[in-house]
Structure formats: C-alpha cells, structure tokens
Design a protein around this ligand. Sequence first.
Ligand code: TPP
Length: 360
Amino acid sequence: MQVIRDDGSLDPKLDPGLSIDEVVALYKAMVRTRIVDDRLERTQRQGRIAFHVGSLGEEAAIVGAAAALRDRDWIVPCYREVGALLWRGYPLQQYVDHMYGNAGDPVRGRQMPDHTFSRAKRYLAVSAPIGTQIPHAVGLAMAIKKRELDECVGVFFGDGATSSNDFHAAMNFAGVFQPPVLFLCRNNGFAISLPVERQTATRTLAEKAAAYRIPAARVDGNDALAVVAAVREGVQRAANGGGPTFIELLTYRLGGHSTSDDPTVYRSDEEVEAWRNNDPLPRLRKHIERCKVWSDELDADWRAVCEREVKECVRHAEEKPASELSAMFTDVYAELPWHLREQQAQALRGPRAGAEEGES
Ligand SMILES: Cc1ncc(C[n+]2csc(CCOP(=O)(O)OP(=O)(O)O)c2C)c(N)n1
C-alpha cells in the first residue's frame, strides 16, 4: 500500500485525508525525531551517554503510526519508538534526562538508555527481551474490551520479534478473543545482523496473520501517509468491535542496530545507498512542497530550531546531578525487606565500605 506518488501527489483512493497542517506537523515531527537521534548518537560517540537506539529511516513508520492513533489509545513500544512518544508531546528534556539517567530521569537511572515510559502519555515501559511486549499489549487490550472502553492498543515490534514465542501466543490469543489491538510490525530488514530472509520462510510477515484469522495489511513503511491510512483503518476496525489488525510496515534501518553495532560488517554500502534514496523524510517533503506550504527556507529554519532545542536539553541534562543511588531500592516493595535494607545501607556507605569493615 502506497499513498505518496513519485511526483509528490497522493493516490486519491488511499489518501487518509489529513489537513495540510496535519501533514506539515507530521513532517516536522519526523525531522525533529531524526535530529534528536543524530544529536544523541554524537553524544554517545563523545562518551557522554552510554547507549542509544536510533530510528534513522524508520520515522514514517513510527511517527506516522502514532499520528493515526488517538491520544486515548495506548502505545506499547519496542525500544525504537521514542518518536511516537515525542509526537504525543512528551517533554524532550525528560527524554534527554532519561538518556543521562540523571535526577530528572523518570526511570531514575535504573534502566538502560532508551528504555523509558510515560503514564501520562499512555506509553508503556520498554520491555527489552524481544517480543515480550506483544502479550502485554494483548492483555491491555483485553482489559479495554472487558471494560467496554473506546480505546485501543498499538504494539510496535521488529521483524525479529515475529520469531518469538510471545508473538505467536499473543497473535493466537488475539485471533480467538478479538481484543482491540494493532500489531505494528516494523520490518526494517534486520534483527541486529540477521536479515529478514533468514528470519522466516514466509514471503511476507503480513501473511502470518492469516493463520490467526487476523486481518492484515502490508504497507510502504517509508510512506508516512500510507502508514497513517493503514493504522487509521485498524483503529476504526477496533473501535467498531472488529478486533485486532496486523500491519507490516516495510522500512529499512539506515543506521546501526544501536550505538553498539557496526552494520558495515553484515550489509553492503550499495544496499544502504538504495534505501537512502527511499528516505521517508524527502518523500513526505516532496508532497508538502508540491502543495506550496514548505520550502528550503522553512526546512532550514525548522532544522535549526530542533538543533537548538536538543542541544539545550543536553546542556541542562549535563547540569543535573545523577539519580539518587538509594532509588535503586525503591518503588518495588511497599515495605523494604530486611536483606534489601541491609544492601541499601551498604550501597550508601560506598562500594568498598563493606570489605573495609570486614563484611563478606
Ligand atoms: C529474548 C531476547 N533475545 C535476544 C535479545 C537481543 N536483541 C536485542 S535487539 C535484537 C534484535 C531484534 O530485532 P527486531 O525484532 O527485528 O527489531 P529491530 O531491532 O530491528 O527494530 C536482539 C536479538 C533480546 N533483547 N531479547
């Protein structure tokens, strides 16, 4: 499924009918996500943060899907979807604070960078083991169905996650019990170094849904408006009591899997170059330029605004103190058990205090 044509015009049969202001907002959010990514990657390379998982090249799949969900719908992310959280108006400063694990980090430094959450924005905490978030999302959607709420759940995962037990258990359950859930599969070509051809024997990922009797779509995930159209259709189906939808978003990870990866060892420059020519940002930009609401000047201005914003956030994040060490022991038990109280006291005395005092 494709909406934006090569000349920037839209296929009238599939056009999701966003206002031009909404399309510009979507484009601006995609650019902002990329600039934030780029800044964080540089920050990691300078040794100022430990780790980053980017979404270079996947912005249409991520931000486009978020734009089609309603604010009351839930997002269950993988780890690459902070663009969806930012789309919902999550403060960039709070995200950058999380990347530093500083005192402003809502996760209080207890998780890896890019493993954040927001209750206010209905964005669940990242669950790092691949695929585990998929049954969480189905469970959440079951609760919505039982309470008869007009809400749905969009769960993101990669092509690699379709090989997990959790994916199949969740799809099967959703097929049988019909909760309002959208399976948003970002097929970005790779699970770290494993190409999708080695991940599955099926020709597409979308066809897997047929076995669970879940309606599916295969969408050009680099076409932001095709993503919006497909996800809207899924939201509509869920709202009408039609149950789950599976959407395969065909895209490509232009960057490394994370800052700990070197993709040049498992794929060719030619392949990356070919996908660079299919970059979702220029594709959407072509449409808004054709509509005469965007220009080189506006583009440069917006990029400068985003650059300034993220640099400011990094500066503020570096001024803040680290998360409290004691936070390592809080927020799990209503009453801390004795052994954790002991460990907390020891940690607060300092890493070598126990040994010096002759404790084992
Ligand atoms: C159960 C489990 N096995 C292995 C890993 C290590 N791991 C982290 S990301 C990843 C690849 C996932 O690929 P995919 O689902 O396609 O998502 P993508 O990173 O491409 O967005 C792997 C194997 C993990 N986190 N959990």
